[in-house]
Design a protein around this ligand. Structure first.
Ligand code: DX5
Ligand code: ZN
Length: 214
């Protein structure tokens, strides 16, 4: 599955890019929300998500790189997010925040930064719909894939299988057409790709390349 991250898209032309994603049937659309606090960069908030909602019915895969995400779950739910993924070190009571997301009828994801071990999943994975493996340090598009992510994806796949769960594994950061296969073979279900899809050349062709893998 593919979840294009619009962070690298031309924001003056989003309508056009959304039309292409819609026509090409991408699985999710990845929305990177950054607060300039949890990560050094600022992107966009629920107001933009709400406007974009009118352009497509595709699942909005919302990645919150913000501190205290619990204070914004309701707003993103109302804006039209379908999946909300948070970072464990951005919220004090992780279990409570995961339950809050689910109480809004949304799917809940947890993101692991490159330095974080899979151990953190032990007491939460049963409640998660998705685990997002950050294969770069969060904050910017266009960074290089961190190699240790392959092993982490593998370990998460083993954990999910051992517990007989349907939790999806999503991988975010530095995903390109030339490493995508190896990432999928390591056990990933969904690839997030920003700069590889929105390279300013041919979005449609880039999506097709990802969709023809496997
Ligand atoms: C980074 C974001 C990513 C980013 C990926 O903090 O979470 O979703 O858009 O961009 P690429 O695919 O260019 O690494
Ligand atoms: Zn992301």
């Amino acid at each position: 599955m593919i979840s294009p991250s619009i962070l690298s898209a031309d924001f003056s032309n989003l309508e056009k890019e959304f039309k292409i994603m819609d026509e090409e049937n991408v699985d999710f659309i990845h929305l990177d929300i950054m607060d300039g606090n949890y990560v050094p960069n600022i992107s966009f908030g629920p107001g933009i998500v709400k406007s974009l909602r009118s352009l497509t019915n595709i699942t909005f895969d919302t990645h919150l790189m913000i501190n205290n995400p619990e204070n914004y779950i309701d707003e993103f739910a109302k804006a039209g997010s379908d999946i909300i993924t948070i970072h464990s070190d951005a919220t004090i009571h992780l279990n409570r925040t995961i339950n809050l997301i689910k109480s809004k009828g949304l799917k809940a994801g947890l993101s692991l930064n490159p330095h974080q071990s899979v151990d953190i999943l032990d007491y939460v994975v049963d409640d998660l719909d998705l685990v997002l493996v950050m294969s770069v340090n969060p904050g910017f598009g266009g960074q290089s894939f961190i190699e240790s992510s392959y092993r982490k994806i593998n370990e998460i796949r083993e954990l999910i299988e051992k517990r007989n769960l349907n939790t999806l594994i999503e991988v975010d950061g530095g995903v390109k057409i030339n490493n995508a296969k190896k990432i999928l073979n390591s056990g990933a279900d969904i690839l997030v790709a920003g700069s590889a899809i929105f390279d300013g050349k041919d979005t449609r062709e880039n999506i097709r390349k990802f969709k023809s893998l496997k």
